[in-house]
Design a protein around this ligand. Structure first.
Ligand SMILES: [Ca+2]
Ligand SMILES: [Ca+2]
Length: 261
């Protein structure tokens, strides 16, 4: 709604690339997307590898780090025919690539810069059209979920998923990638998991929302008090014992009238 897919809890309005929780039926065509096996399955820049420094790690115990190069990368090319898709379905306008990654930079004067680049390749391995590039915000206090969905152009036979990191400060390239995901699904895939991805800021926003709701409820609360008439108590059924015998001589009617005299 109004472009805020990721903040909407509505049915079918969820972001298809949301990774936590992953949409029902989601798969990852990438091998070793969390870099738990080092850079196995990936092509990386010279010197590219994994780091384990905690609390920086996003999932598991390792994430990709480009090393000391000015321009680092990690990429995989997925053969969609080998992955089980038919040429008819690939050319049928009914499939979309859903891709994401968790990207984080070290706090520096100018944080090093990251992006995801998705390229559709034809049967000869040549790019079809322009790649889809998603630029990270270079957050330094959390792993940003960078991702999107792109229609498969006719003729697509494979997809290249690529992470790029550009060094802007210091000697090391400190923009990292973890939790890389690529899936190819029907364009009609519309998960219901829109809100509350597993981010600290998301959790805080939910709590703040609940707090505001409760505050508003208190502000608009009213107390309703109802008075009901009750019948006179039947005194004549109960023997009345007055504390002093002489009071009895005055008589109850006289005593009850004392206050008005
Ligand atoms: Ca990992
Ligand atoms: Ca740096």
């Amino acid at each position: 709604m109004n472009g805020q897919h990721t903040s909407s809890p509505a049915v079918d309005a969820g972001a298809t690339f949301l990774d936590v929780p992953a949409p029902p039926g989601a798969r990852n065509l990438l091998a070793n997307g969390s870099f738990e096996n080092g850079t196995t399955g990936w092509s990386v820049n010279v010197g590219g590898g994994t780091l384990t420094a905690d609390p920086f790690v996003y999932s598991g115990t390792q994430y990709f780090a480009a090393g000391t190069v000015a321009a680092g990368f990690a990429e995989q090319t997925i053969d969609l025919l080998a992955a089980g898709f038919s040429t008819a379905s690939l050319d049928g306008h009914g499939l979309a690539a859903i891709f994401s990654g968790r990207i984080r930079s070290v706090a520096e004067a100018l944080p090093d810069d990251g992006r995801l680049v998705l390229t559709f390749l034809n049967g000869s391995g040549a790019a079809i059209g322009s790649p889809v590039t998603l630029t990270a915000l270079d957050t330094t206090d959390r792993w940003e979920l960078v991702g999107g969905r792109a229609l498969l152009p006719v003729g697509t036979r494979s997809i290249r998923y690529r992470f790029e990191a550009t060094r802007r400060t210091g000697s090391t390239n400190d923009c990292y990638l973890d939790g890389a995901i690529l899936d190819v699904r029907s364009t009609t895939a519309a998960p219901d998991v829109g809100a509350y991805g597993a981010t600290v800021t998301g959790d805080i926003e939910v709590l703040e929302g609940k707090l505001k709701l409760l505050t508003n409820r208190v502000a608009y609360s009213t107390i309703e008090v109802t008075f009901q008439a009750r019948g006179n108590a039947a005194l004549h059924d109960q023997p009345i014992r007055l504390p002093f015998p002489w009071l009895g001589e005055l008589g109850l009617p006289k005593l009850l009238n004392l206050g008005s005299q």
